[in-house]
Each structure stands twice: as C-alpha cells, then as structure tokens.
Design a protein around this ligand. Structure first.
Ligand code: PLP
Length: 392
C-alpha cells in the first residue's frame, strides 16, 4: 500500500510528528488508540448513524448534464455541499468528536481560519455537550463575523490570537500553546495536516466520500472507477477523502487543484506545490511556502478555505511521486466557474469548490471520459464575495 503512511506516519519523506516534548504524551495517546477506536464496532455504529441521520449522507452523486455537454465529458458532482453545515468538514469533526469521547476527553479545542472548521467543531460539541474553545486570528475574527456569531450561538468560546499576522498560523500557535498547558483537552484538527496520526485519521474519516462514490458510480454507470477525480486542495482533506479508495488504482487519474490567487508568481497566491519547499509546519514535514529564512510566507486566495501555506503530507507525496496531477486556478477563474455552475446547473458552489470546477476548461477530455468533481461545499458563505464580483 504505497499511499498509506508507515507506522511513524511517513508518506515517503513526508509526515511524522514534530512536536514539543510536552505534547508527546497527548499525541502518543492518540497514536496508540486511534486505529482501534476507528475500527471498533461501537465507533462505527455511532459514526455511520450520525453521518446518515445528522449529516444527511450519503451525499448524492449528480450527473451534471449541461456541464457535461459543455466540456464534452461525463461529469458527475459529488455533492458534499448538501451536508449539514454546508461542506465536507463535518465528516471529520463528527468522527473526531467520537474519538475524543472514546478517549474520555471532555474539553475540545480547535483553530480556524475562515471559521468553517470552527463552526463544524462547535456544531459537534453542541451535539455532544462538550466544552469547545476555538482559536482564531484577530484579523479573521473581523473578516468572518457571521461564522464567529455561529460559533458563539453554538456555545463555543472564541479566543482571539493577537500575535504575528493575527491569522490562521497564529491561531494554530495559540491552540498548541493552550494544549501544552491543558493536556487533558482534545485538539480537533480540521484537515489532513498536523502531527501523525492526524493526517491519517482525518483521511480515513473523509474517505467516506470515495467509498460512497464507488457504490454510486457502480449503480449509475456499471463501473465503480471513474477516469478522473478533481478536487480542490487547501490542507487537502476533501481531496484526500475523494481520492482515498482510488489511491492505489493508478488507472484513475487524480487532479488536485490549488488556489493561484492573483497568479502563481504574483506574490499573492496559495499554490503550495508550485511555490513551496520541504519544511516543517503544524507538526509535520511537508511542502510549504517559506522565505529564505524558513519563515512562513502568508498565502493569499479569494477563498478563505484554500488560503493555507502548506499541504498535508499525503499531498506532498502525491505531488512528489506524480500520483496526482497538481493544477491551479486564479481568483478570477474560480469566480467565473462559480457563476457558470450556478447558471447552468442551478448550484451555487463554495469558492473553494469553484477552484476545482475552474480547471474543466483547461483539460482536453476524451469523449465519454467519466469525471467526478468533488463539490466540497455550498456557496452561501461566499455570497458577499460573489455579489461584489457580479458578472456584468
Ligand atoms: C475548508 C474547505 C476546503 C479546504 O480544505 P481541505 O482540507 O483542503 O478540504 C475546501 N472546500 C470547502 C468548502 C471548505 O470549507
């Protein structure tokens, strides 16, 4: 299994657990127990029940006829936008909250950039009656007021990170500092990033996406394998979930789409695979955007969910081994794709998901090529951006 991590959490040279010594017991506790918990009947029963009745899974696999016609391929959309809370993130938070409960934890911490992961975490904490503290950069708190309000209404405490650039990486630093001081808490990470075992655990929880895809494709086309899967990559969790059960099948082409912001080389971008170098971020060895002194370069994208300076270690490995093809889309291209999907299919996608759609015009499809685009989230949260960029 080439694309599974080894027992130390390495995918090739990427991964591992680069953590302060004081966190070692916490991470070790999780590492020693996560697989047993995830594979237990008790966990599986509750996880599946909540995915079905609370989240609304399975999410539909929708044949987008007009989109297909336009691009000369058979294009399906995996509708993660229809999940409760509006994106794929809840697949992970539901799973991890159950892991936390199995470990006997009663307090949850998380960090969030745009607030989407914070909302998904606050949601499951409300559901499970667990205390929730979300760390968020002071700048992001101002930029993402509606999500801050949601988290508060859900009963979470939102703590402002006031150091550095007052954005996601500073919120992460605060969360880790708090975790060191309060080792009884459970740190709920929102993507396939962080020290081992988080990337593997989150990938396994999001893998429900490709598991359903296989069954749905089999039903709808007679073949469980598509030719191509396209997904956007911030940290990489929705892509990891959409790729997971196809990783070892090299006949299925995997396309990861990063945000190019104003252009890959404009200085305002988040295209990590193009601009990044090997380094350590958030507790794992991966590729990240850094300057000559190893300082993290602030990423930029119109879409807050893709505005992350690294990618998870699995994606660094998929890039290095060329198992996945990495493409990118600019702000402008993503906006155009969002408008297009809205007008021809009546679906307003999240800006993140619009990046995945934005590569359709850049690919030369064969007739009858079966393509699945993972529609990671819905666009309600992005309406203000869409309205400000209304197509004339
Ligand atoms: C957070 C988010 C992403 C990016 O995160 P990944 O971990 O890369 O999946 C993509 N789409 C939506 C809708 C999001 O909310």
């Amino acid at each position: 299994m080439k694309f599974q991590p080894n027992k130390n959490g390495y995918y090739g040279q990427f991964g591992g657990a680069f953590i302060p010594e004081l966190l070692y017991p916490n991470v070790k506790e999780l590492e020693d127990n996560y697989l047993t918990i995830l594979e237990s009947v008790a966990f599986q029963t509750e996880y599946k029940d909540l995915l079905q009745h609370y989240v609304g899974r399975p999410s539909p696999l929708y044949l987008a006829k007009r989109l297909s016609e336009k691009y000369g391929a058979t294009i399906y959309l995996k509708r993660e936008d229809l999940n409760h809370t509006g994106a794929h993130k809840v697949n992970n938070t539901i799973g991890q909250i159950l892991v936390a409960k199995h470990l006997g934890k009663t307090k949850i911490i998380a960090e969030t950039g745009a607030g989407q992961h914070g909302v998904a975490t606050a949601t499951v904490c409300a559901l499970m009656n667990l205390e929730c503290t979300v760390f968020m950069g002071e700048v992001d708190i101002k930029r993402q007021a509606p999500n801050v309000a949601r988290m508060k209404m859900l009963g979470a405490k939102v703590v402002a990170a006031t150091s550095g650039s007052k954005t996601l990486k500073d919120a992460t630093n605060e969360a880790i500092r708090y975790w060191i001081q309060n080792p009884e808490t459970y740190y709920l990470i929102g993507s396939v990033v962080g020290p081992h075992p988080y990337p593997d655990m989150v990938a396994r929880l999001q893998a429900v996406i490709s598991k359903e895809m296989k069954a749905q494709l089999k039903m709808q086309t007679g073949n469980e394998n598509p030719d191509t899967i396209i997904a956007c990559v911030g940290g990489g969790s929705n892509a990891a979930g959409a790729f997971y059960h196809y990783l070892e099948n090299e006949n299925v082409e995997l396309i990861a789409v990063e945000a190019a912001g104003l252009g890959v080389h404009s200085g305002e971008s988040a295209a990590t695979s193009q601009l990044g170098e090997v380094g350590v971020i958030h507790g794992s060895k991966t590729i990240l955007m850094q300057d000559e002194y190893g300082q993290i370069v602030e990423p930029y994208s119109i879409s807050a969910g893709l505005d992350y300076p690294g990618v998870g270690p699995l994606h660094a490995f998929l890039h290095e081994t060329k198992r996945a093809k990495f493409m990118n889309a600019t702000d402008k291209e993503a906006l155009k794709a969002a408008y297009e999907l809205t007008k021809i299919e009546g679906i307003i996608p999240a800006l993140e998901s619009a990046h995945a759609l934005a590569v359709l015009p850049k690919i030369k499809f064969k007739k009858d090529q079966v393509v699945v685009v993972n529609l990671s989230g819905r666009g309600d949260k992005d309406l203000e951006t869409y309205i400000n960029h209304l197509e004339k």
